[in-house]
Unconditional design. Structure first.
Length: 510
């Protein structure tokens, strides 16, 4: 064991073993590191592949979406192009029809021209024959014979010309009447609306039967205050959970209906509050009429009109003529005028504006002197309406001369709208005229503040100014009005004249 060679050999073996062990350890570590690097590389490759797949899928989705949107846009444009092609085809068909009619008319004129030429040739031959005959038989000078022959030929030619002119005028008149009937029938079919029903009463629903007693009030004070403030007749009968408001004036009736509905919902029904509610609802109805004017202009396709003119037009929402609502009538006339103007090649904008505004004066003719055509024209002129439109308004009843084809179209459209079947009825208009005449007659007396005809004209209530009419004068005024009604009006039964004089004293506690 103490042999040095042994230890040297042992050390060499140990070194060799250590080197071998170190080699194998380092090799295993390198192999492990290589495997880890390979795994990491595979992970990176797999992650990159997944991201690439995801990017590819997103790109495909976006591409598919773009393709779908493009196809949708193409389909939309294709449908628009198809509609445009159809419209152009219809227009082309109409133009072809017009060209064909013009060609037929030209052929007719050519035939007539050939007939005239033939007759001229015959006249020329006759002239030569007459000239030879005159020279041979009468031995007249050539100039004298020529003059005689020319006189005869001129006479025959004038007769033929007059006959041809009459024939052409007759055919043109027949063709014009046919075309006019076709245009009117087509316009009516495209625009005509239903007849507006003749209603002079409105029904207000109630939450319960007890509300009727609250509406009437103690000794009838609430219902009297309501009728006096609103100018309507309130009918409380056996109809369950409802009362009826009757009045010939549709604006007053609408204000009363809204006010009574609000009172029944609120529950506070007494004279002072009734007056406040009616005043509030009067302002609300004014706003409704302003909005109605704007909506009517939109429905009629009329633009560029001053807001004040549209507000005045909105008042026609509650105005009727022979049962026909005047605002709906204005919209209908504007549409008819637009169709006629398009067919006749006139200015569509001017024609529609003139037709839409032709009856605007009816919104003010009950408050001012003058005809509704003149009042409407003057009102529109103040707000910068086009002069041709103003002329169309003023001239639609021939009170002034019509200055353009658009004015004639507006008048024709007005006549079509009023005369078409089912547009108007005269019963309501005659009734309203009689009731309005009754109120105007009462208002003509001095000291009268307001007057309301109620109960279908069987009673007229007159509110006087207390500082001008005393109690004795009230009795005399009632007798005078009743006497004037008897002398100037015709009516069935009798009319009750009630004069109301009320004095109020108001003060404030501070």
């Amino acid at each position: 064991m103490n042999n040095p060679i042994f230890w040297i050999i042992l050390v060499v073996v140990a070194l060799a073993a250590g080197l071998a062990i170190g080699y194998f350890v380092s090799r295993s570590q390198a192999e492990k590191a290589r495997r880890e690097e390979e795994n990491r590389a595979q992970g990176i490759v797999q992650t990159a592949s997944e991201k690439a797949n995801k990017i590819e899928l997103d790109a495909r989705d976006r591409a598919l979406k773009i393709v779908q949107e493009a196809e949708k846009d193409v389909n939309l444009r294709r449908s628009e192009l198809n509609r445009e092609v159809e419209r152009l085809d219809r227009r082309r068909t109409e133009l072809d029809g017009r060209v064909e009619r013009l060609e037929q008319r030209e052929q007719t004129l050519n035939k007539r021209q050939s007939t005239v030429d033939k007759r001229a040739n015959d006249i020329e031959k006759l002239y030569e024959q007459q000239l030879a005959k005159l020279q041979e038989v009468a031995e007249m000078p050539k100039d004298q014979a020529r003059q005689i022959l020319l006189d005869e030929v001129e006479k025959d030619a004038r007769n033929d010309m007059a006959r041809i002119i009459r024939q052409v005028e007759s055919e043109a008149r027949e063709e014009g009447e046919k075309r006019a009937r076709h245009l009117i029938a087509d316009a009516i079919q495209r625009v005509a609306s239903e007849h507006v029903s003749e209603v002079t009463s409105s029904v207000v629903p109630l939450p319960n039967e007890e509300m009727k007693g609250r509406i009437v009030g103690r000794n009838g004070r609430n219902i009297r205050a309501f009728e006096q403030a609103a100018g309507v007749d309130v009918i409380v009968d056996d109809t369950p959970e409802s009362v009826t408001i009757s009045c010939f004036d549709s604006v007053r009736r609408e204000i009363a209906r809204r006010a009574l509905t609000r009172l029944t919902v609120d529950g506070r029904i007494h004279p002072a509050y009734i007056e406040k509610v009616i005043e509030d609802e009067t302002k609300a109805v004014e706003k409704v009429m302003a909005e109605a004017g704007e909506q009517a202009a939109f429905d009629a396709g009329v633009t560029g009109i001053h807001p004040e003119v549209l507000r005045m037009m909105g008042r026609l929402k509650f105005r009727t003529s022979y049962g026909q609502n005047q605002l709906a009538h204005a919209v209908e006339v504007a549409k008819l005028a637009g169709i006629l103007a398009a067919e006749l090649g006139a200015n569509i904008v001017i024609a529609k504006q003139g037709a839409f505004l032709h009856d605007v004066g009816k919104a003010m003719d009950h408050n001012q002197e003058g005809t509704h055509a003149g009042l409407g024209a003057e009102f529109c002129k103040r707000y910068g309406v086009h002069p041709q439109v103003v002329n169309a308004i003023a001239a639609h009843h021939h009170e002034v001369e019509q200055e353009s084809i658009e004015a004639i179209i507006a008048e024709a459209a007005d006549a079509i709208s009023g005369a078409r079947p089912g547009a108007r009825r005269e019963d309501l208009e005659a009734y309203i005229k009689r009731i309005r005449t009754l109120e105007e007659m009462a208002n003509s007396f001095e000291g009268v503040s307001q007057s309301y005809a109620i109960q279908a004209g069987r009673e007229v209530r007159i509110i006087v100014r207390p500082e001008e009419i005393d109690d004795l004068a009230s009795t005399r005024l009632a007798r005078d009005i009743a006497k004037k009604i008897e002398e100037t009006m015709q009516y069935p039964g009798q009319i009750k004249v009630t004069v109301i004089r009320e004095t109020r004293a108001v003060d404030y506690a501070k």
